[in-house]
Write a protein that binds this ligand. Structure first.
Ligand SMILES: Nc1ncnc2c1ncn2[C@@H]1O[C@H](COP(=O)(O)OP(=O)(O)OP(=O)(O)O)[C@@H](O)[C@H]1O
Length: 574
């Protein structure tokens, strides 16, 4: 299971070590099966000889019956071992897929920005499946090809070592060819994988944004783009498929050239003119054994292809396979937040956030505002540990990013998108935790709304919250942010879809019930900003921070914004 691969999920060997009991069964059944495979040609030779003896009246038909029963029994044991081996190899592959997926899931959830998580996850899951498939084929072929080939070679050598040396020249030639084809196949597989990833992303886009495309009547244009991805995918898959499937027959033909020598030199052995003296049984056994060896050597190409394909996938997912996802820890007690010289830019040229500094104690509500696209949301995201900002943010005197990397839960966040799950209102808030949700339902002013719903807090919200109004969805997301106790609470435009009365009620609730948290309230609406503890006005170099009254005096930008909205006045009304 996922826990089994605690060693290092970025090492292929860790998956084999974690699954050693299953691999032990594979080894034992694999050896019995493959050694037993030599019994088939042996029995076939003996049966042919027995038939000759019966026809020459040197043996009785009962000898044939005994031999046949022995043959059936040997085949039964061999096939049962084959079944055991396959079952446990499949178990090994399934557990490996589970472990890889679990590791990927953890990494993607904790280290990737939510914007691209769907696309990365889709590609990574298909890569994990290919890796596990490669490992399964490798494990299968080690026995089905490696061990059985050794058994057959030893057997051939025992019958006629000189003839065997000539006959065995050709399978290695097939391997040399495999080496030559290696680069071509790898390149084709890599391109096919790339095309598959692009097509997956395009499919997600087509499905996720279908409503938008329909509304704006651009389905045809989007279909055209999608068709191009599809054609590219088909072309690349066919090319990779042709190269991969051409490999096996080529190896088979080359390694079968030896049959000419076996018929010629083996025939001389039967006639008493060769290096060994053979009877019909020896000739039949030798030929059957070599035929099986040729088939096996062609499977070496299968092994090679599976490993090549898995290698491409492995290189892509290796950086995402890690165990260093820290255990989640609560911080206690909650302390002040100190922002020092916070500077950040999405592009390299002009910083969006410039030298922002402020200190806020638990229980304070800091209003964050500024002109359109000044960086208010970006400022909020800085507290999530995803932005490479310069300067520092301290919580309780410790660096916020370091605390987050150590696994401390520091920030609750309500962004523009409520990100509701297709679950009940209660589950959307508690996310599986036990504590009652009644207090936060009341604080987010949802009680009256719930009374109108037949199932109250157990009401299902639908995919992405589609069964709720915009205001209800925002308040359920607000309740979730309040429910999970974190020292920092970022509320990005939480009142965009509620009326002023509701906004005031919620603000009062925040004031009364959340004394232990520092709340950053990002908003365009400034009606209640005068009642907040301090204001951060973001506007590039004109960024300013302070108490509302002081800021009205020292920041012309804030004064203009505030007066225009609240007093309906002009910029001169400072
Ligand atoms: N992920 C991103 N990558 C690149 N640029 C971004 C990204 N997110 C935001 N921006 C840019 O940063 C600027 C500020 O965006 P942000 O959303 O922080 O502003 P805002 O003040 O919250 O906007 P609004 O007034 O619309 O609420 C914008 O010009 C935006 O295009």
């Amino acid at each position: 299971m996922a826990e089994d691969v605690k060693r290092d999920p970025a090492k292929v060997s860790s998956y084999f070590i974690a699954q050693w009991p299953a691999l032990a069964v594979v080894t034992v059944s694999g050896i019995i099966y493959n050694v037993g495979m030599a019994a088939g040609p042996w029995f076939e030779g003996q049966l042919a000889q027995c038939l000759v003896n019966i026809l020459q009246q040197k043996a009785r038909p009962s000898a044939m019956v005994k031999l046949s029963l022995g043959y059936v029994l040997a085949i039964f044991i061999v096939q049962f071992m084959r079944y055991l081996k396959r079952l446990y190899v499949r178990k090994f592959a399934n557990q490996t897929i589970l472990s890889m997926r679990s590791s990927l899931y953890q990494t993607l959830l904790t280290k990737t920005s939510l914007d691209d998580i769907g696309t990365i996850m889709t590609k990574a899951i298909s890569d994990a499946d290919d890796c596990a498939e490669g490992m399964r084929k490798f494990t299968t072929e080690i026995f089905d090809t490696g061990v059985v080939m050794i058994v057959y070679i030893v057997m051939l050598m025992c019958y006629d070592w000189r003839l065997s040396l000539i006959a065995l020249l050709f399978p290695p030639l097939a391997y040399v060819l495999a080496g030559q084809l290696k680069k071509v196949v790898t390149g084709a597989v890599a391109k096919a994988k790339e095309a598959a990833g692009d097509l997956n992303a395009a499919t997600l886009d087509r499905a996720g944004n279908s409503l938008t495309y329909r509304i704006y009547g651009v389905e045809r244009i989007r279909d055209g783009i999608y068709e191009k991805f599809l054609q590219n995918y088909e072309k690349r898959q066919i090319k990779a498929g042709v190269l991969m499937s051409a490999a096996e027959p080529i190896y088979y033909i080359i390694s079968s050239i030896s049959v000419i020598f076996i018929i010629w030199l083996g025939g001389r052995n039967v006639c008493g003119l060769g290096w060994q003296s053979w009877n019909i049984a020896a000739f039949s056994t030798y030929l059957a054994c070599f035929g099986k060896l040729s088939v096996k050597s062609s499977h070496a190409a299968n092994l090679f292809n599976a490993v090549q394909k898995a290698e491409v996938s492995w290189k892509r997912i290796k950086p995402l396979l890690t165990n260093d996802v820290p255990a989640r820890k609560q911080l206690a007690p909650f302390g002040p937040v100190k922002v020092k010289q916070l500077t950040f830019s999405w592009k390299d040229d002009q910083p969006l956030l410039e030298n922002i500094s402020l200190t806020a104690k638990p229980g304070e509500i800091v209003g964050v505002t500024g002109p359109v696209a000044c960086g208010k949301s970006t400022f909020g995201q800085a507290f999530l540990g995803q932005l490479p900002y310069s300067g520092t943010i301290e919580l309780n005197g410790q660096d916020l990013r370091q605390l987050q990397q150590a696994g401390y839960l520091t920030t609750a966040y309500l962004g523009h998108d409520p990100q509701l799950l297709a679950a009940s209102i209660k589950d959307n808030i508690a996310l599986g935790q036990e504590k009652a949700v009644s207090a936060v339902l009341s604080d987010a002013d949802l009680v009256q709304d719930l009374e109108q719903m037949p199932d109250k807090a157990a009401t299902q919200v639908g995919e992405g919250g589609t069964r709720l109004s915009g205001g209800q969805a925002a308040r359920v997301a607000l309740a979730r942010a309040l429910y999970h106790e974190r020292p920092i609470l970022i509320l990005d435009d939480p009142f965009a879809s509620v009326d002023q009365k509701t906004e005031m009620k919620i603000l009062q609730n925040l004031r009364q019930h959340y004394h232990d948290r520092v709340i950053f309230l990002i908003s365009h609406r400034l009606e209640f900003f005068a009642s907040l503890d301090q204001i951060l006005y973001i506007d590039g170099k004109k960024t300013a921070c302070g108490k509302h009254a002081d800021l009205l005096k020292k920041s012309l930008g804030y004064a203009k914004l505030y007066c225009r909205q609240v007093k309906g006045g002009s910029s001169d009304e400072k």
